[in-house]
Design a protein around this ligand. Structure first.
Ligand code: FMN
Length: 283
């Protein structure tokens, strides 16, 4: 799909994305169309051209990302911009070394940072009276919002990017590599570079399933997922089936089957222990 910033382009992107958003683009004020179209056209890019991204442009993307809203103005998130080749190579290794990862000339690692808040209490001599799950949660949310802003900023600059939760596969090793102290943790990485391909506009569950009006209602969840499975399979069939040795081959191999297989395997079972080890109380 071309970078069509027109109302028709917005309409086409939303239609492909959700299947039930037809006509919504009509609601966009004329000067809102390009920005909304850019968001609607989002797709991750896994594969980058062998072309350097200027350091100043990377800093600009980070500055835009750190302009994101932050809970109570607490600013409990930081970014680690990784361009050093040796550090990048080790990060790729710790993230599972997916074949496309080495092509990324830079990574931005979005971190929750609750260390600074604790320092404020120390420096100001006031007790910290909120040592519970919310502290970890707030920093995680702030970091995730900054990550989302970084995606939008990168795409606005013509760059491609892909978030990487695999930074949490080996959280202690990633913390050591990036020098993360206690109460600072990687939420996700973001590979970033000039796109080597156009990516795919990936379809989502219909708005009927995920946009609730006034009151949450998932009475038709199964029917929506079944319909989405069919629509998505027609638009974006999976190239490979996961864990065929355990689950066999099925046709059609649809989204709900893929996601149920995905989480049939334990993942990151050590993350909670890491989070506690760096000082958080999760009660
Ligand atoms: C928090 C987060 C973590 C992600 N982690 C990974 C990852 O570790 N590896 C990967 O290839 N893609 C990762 N992704 C990308 C998603 O797979 C991708 O967003 C999703 O398939 C939908 O595709 P789209 O963003 O192009 O619409 C991640 C996305 C998010 C938001």
């Amino acid at each position: 799909m071309s970078a069509d910033a027109t109302r028709a382009g917005l309409d086409a992107a939303l239609d492909r994305r959700f299947g039930d958003a037809g006509g919504l683009a009509e609601a966009a004020p004329a000067d809102g169309v390009p920005g909304l179209a850019a968001l609607a056209r989002h797709r991750v890019i896994r594969g980058y051209a062998p072309r350097e991204v200027p350091g100043a442009l990377l800093r600009l993307v980070c500055a835009a990302a750190l302009s994101s809203p932050t809970k109570s103005d607490l600013q409990q998130r930081d970014l680690v911009l990784v361009t050093d080749p040796a550090t990048r190579a080790r990060l790729v290794e710790l993230c599972g070394g997916d074949h496309w990862m080495p092509s990324a000339p830079a990574w931005i690692v979005a971190c929750g940072n609750h260390r600074r808040q604790r320092q404020l209490h120390e420096w100001r001599g006031h007790p910290f009276a909120n040592d519970h799950l919310d502290a970890f949660f707030n920093a995680s949310v702030d970091a995730a919002i900054a990550l989302a802003w970084a995606v939008a900023a990168a795409e606005a600059a013509g760059l491609g990017c892909c978030p990487v939760s695999q930074v949490r596969n080996h959280p202690a090793e990633v913390a050591a590599l990036l020098g993360l102290p206690g109460h600072v943790f990687a939420v996700a990485g973001l590979t970033i570079g000039w796109p080597a391909n156009e990516g795919t506009l990936s379809s989502r569950l219909p708005l009927a399933a995920t946009l609730h009006h006034d009151r949450f209602d998932d009475a038709d969840a199964r029917a929506h997922v079944d319909a989405y499975d069919g629509r998505r399979h027609a638009l974006q069939p999976y190239r490979r089936q996961r864990d065929v040795a355990r689950f066999g081959e099925v046709e059609p191999y649809v989204w709900s089957e893929e996601k149920a297989r995905h989480y049939a395997e334990p993942q990151r079972t050590g993350f909670g222990a890491h989070v506690r080890a760096i000082g958080f109380s999760l009660d």
